[in-house]
Design a protein around this ligand. Structure first.
Ligand SMILES: Nc1nc2c(ncn2[C@@H]2O[C@H](COP(=O)(O)OP(=O)(O)O)[C@@H](O)[C@H]2O)c(=O)[nH]1
Ligand SMILES: [Mg+2]
Length: 415
């Protein structure tokens, strides 16, 4: 059964529920637009509500582009911002002890909730497009192309998709609003499916001896947080887990990982600030081997000073690792921040050229209207998204499930 069949089945099961949700949403949405003075300040509640006013959407987008700039500025800099982040992380790490390993149902619910923002914005835009629908003409396809580009499915994919949709709409002789809408969503799911062949979302573990998982990515994307979440997950599975604080660029980074180690109740190898990251890795890999650890997580600095330096630093770490464990690292996970949209894609291209990335962890999907980035990663990089971050808590890490994801993204849109 293909993804689309599964999707159709799920969709059918939820059809009634969705349709009532949809009309609820429409009601809420019109209430909101007329209710400008009662502006909602609680983000929690905003996320709860599947519909938002046009003004709020615009604010979110501004916030996201600010975030973008921040990340670029943060590369290599030791800003106050980062220190604040560390502190909030300590709090999270300290109070959370639950396991991230949850049931399937819960998984789907988590995706559906986490993608609320992507869906409502993407969905709202699509609904607005269809509200102005007169006929399937060139203007319509141009607007659709713009919408897809804004949702960060990627420029090439947006153009490609629009071309295919023109043909498909003609072929199906779709003329009315609902037909066209269905053709479009079905086609998107088909394309998503096509690009995802032969991918595994499993973390590659060693058959024997310690598995080494290296985390790379620019500053602020969520590497340390993801390690904290994932270490907890493996610990809960009964594995012996070791962390290596090889982001030695600033003391805050070492301390942040240390807090996670304490919260997860796992061991850590750390040295003082500015030590050679490879020296940390050296000590960690020896300890992992000598003391029979199952998994070693290596946190690295995300400085993008220049490609050559980055490449050299990662190559040096790898050399130290392979001397002890020939097939290490077993995974090189590139962490990307979904809120940075196309910027994340550019980072991914650079890291892909620099080192053998084996998978992606896409973080902060809970806080973005740019969930379309998953489609772009799939389409342009052909790298599997293995895990996604849907919040800051230790339990907010989920194994990526394409079906749940597409379902979460488009839920409420298919009629
Ligand atoms: N909302 C949300 N925040 C996240 C997620 N993952 C990480 N963060 C936050 O992003 C910030 C940077 O994370 P950090 O792990 O320090 O990034 P690093 O520099 O790559 O190690 C922290 O405030 C984290 O709590 C996520 O999935 N969702
Ligand atoms: Mg870090």
């Amino acid at each position: 059964m293909g993804l689309f069949d599964i999707f159709k089945k799920k969709n059918k099961q939820n059809e009634e529920k969705q349709q009532s949700n949809l009309s609820d949403e429409e009601n809420k949405s019109s209430e909101k637009v007329t209710n400008d003075d009662e502006k909602d300040v609680s983000t929690e509640e905003n996320q709860e509500s599947a519909s938002k006013s046009v003004e709020e959407t615009a604010t979110d987008e501004n916030k996201e582009s600010e975030d973008n700039e921040q990340h670029v500025e943060n590369d290599g800099s030791n800003s106050e911002e980062s220190v604040d982040q560390d502190e909030s992380n300590e709090d999270e790490a300290g109070e959370t002890t639950e396991t991230a390993d949850e049931s399937n149902d819960d998984n789907q619910e988590k995706f559906t909730k986490g993608l609320e923002k992507s869906r409502s914005t993407f969905g709202e835009k699509l609904n607005r497009l269809f509200a102005n629908f007169r006929s399937v003409d060139e203007d319509f396809f141009e607007d659709l192309e713009d919408l897809l580009i804004e949702s960060d499915v990627g420029f090439d994919m947006a153009v490609n998709l629009t071309d295919q949709l023109r043909d498909e709409v003609k072929l199906q002789n779709a003329k009315n609003k609902d037909d066209v809408q269905n053709v479009i969503i079905k086609k998107m799911i088909d394309i998503y499916d096509e690009n995802g062949n032969n991918e595994t979302t499993e973390i590659n573990l060693a058959d024997k001896g310690p598995s080494v998982i290296l985390f790379v990515g620019v500053n602020g994307v969520g590497k340390t947080t993801t390690i904290g979440k994932m270490a907890n997950m493996y610990k809960q599975q009964g594995k012996k887990v070791l962390l290596a604080a090889a982001d030695t660029f600033r003391a805050g980074a070492i301390q942040q990982l240390d807090e996670w180690a304490k919260a997860d109740n796992v061991d850590i190898v750390k040295k003082e600030e500015q030590s050679d990251p490879s020296a940390v890795v050296y000590e960690a890999v020896h300890k992992a081997k000598d003391e029979d650890y199952d998994v070693l997580f290596v946190d690295t600095a995300g400085r993008l000073q220049n490609k050559v330096n980055l490449m050299n630093e990662l190559a040096k770490m790898k050399k130290v690792l392979t001397r002890e464990i020939p097939d290490a690292p077993h995974e090189v996970l590139l962490v990307l921040d979904a809120t940075t949209g196309q910027n994340a894609l550019n980072q991914a291209k650079l890291f892909k050229e620099t080192t053998d990335v084996s998978g992606i962890v896409l973080t902060k999907l809970d806080g973005t209207a740019k969930g379309g980035i998953v489609l772009a990663i799939r389409n342009e990089l052909h790298l599997p998204v293995k895990y996604v971050g849907l919040g800051e808590k230790v339990t907010d890490l989920r194994k990526f499930d394409a079906n749940d994801f597409v379902y979460g993204l488009f839920k409420g849109l298919i009629k």
